[in-house]
Design a protein around this ligand. Structure first.
Ligand code: AMP
Length: 178
């Protein structure tokens, strides 16, 4: 008997701080479906001062809810391929990037391997992840039972105000396609 492939709900974190940043995020949204990752919901876009002490332009960040049949490591391969297609070349750790795609959550999965940790290791501490995530999933409960809103409430005022709304919505065209 052949069993139906299972659809998994995943949250992806997008970031870009090189080139046409908004177009780079749009590139990800447009090309994810061809990689087997159907975008169900897209958060507003936020602008974020960069982390890690490397002088570089501000990031644009966005969170997507998507569904996919890909297993976690195949999903990682798919998003890494997309980063390359968007023109990302390896740079210094914390350095500027055309497109960064992080797997934040994958169903209720907790998973750790050399290449992949789910939930994303830093997501509970990053305002630029939590603010857009809460916009599309205000009641979200993370694996282990903690609410995403509680993580956000723990951040400092400075961390929260460093993440500023950049674009409220997608273009009408794209919004209708989701
Ligand atoms: P980055 O600098 O964000 O592209 O991430 C560097 C590496 O982190 C990737 O090549 C992945 O192997 C690893 N990684 C571990 N966990 C994750 C995750 N949840 N999402 C994306 N990358 C991850």
């Amino acid at each position: 008997m052949v069993s139906e492939p299972k659809l998994h709900r995943v949250y992806l974190g997008l970031g870009s701080n090189l080139g046409d940043r908004a177009a780079n995020l749009a590139f990800a949204r447009e090309h994810l479906p061809a990689a087997g990752i159907k975008v169900l919901q897209a958060s507003p876009v936020y602008q974020t001062a960069p982390w890690g002490g490397v002088a570089q332009p501000d990031f644009l960040n966005q969170v997507l809810l998507a569904e996919t049949e890909l297993e976690p490591l195949a999903l990682l391969d798919a998003v890494k391929r997309l980063e390359c297609e968007a023109g990302r070349t390896p740079t210094v750790f914390w350095g500027p990037r055309v497109l960064d795609i992080d797997i934040l959550l994958y169903d209720e999965l907790t998973f750790a391997s050399e290449r992949l940790t789910i939930p994303h290791r830093e997501m509970r501490k990053r305002a630029f992840v939590l603010a857009p995530l809460l916009d599309i999933a205000p009641g979200l409960v993370l694996p282990g039972g903690e609410r995403a809103a509680a993580c956000y409430a723990r951040l400092t005022e400075q961390e929260r105000t460093g993440v500023v709304l950049y674009a409220e919505t997608l273009s009408d065209d794209e919004g209708e396609r989701l």
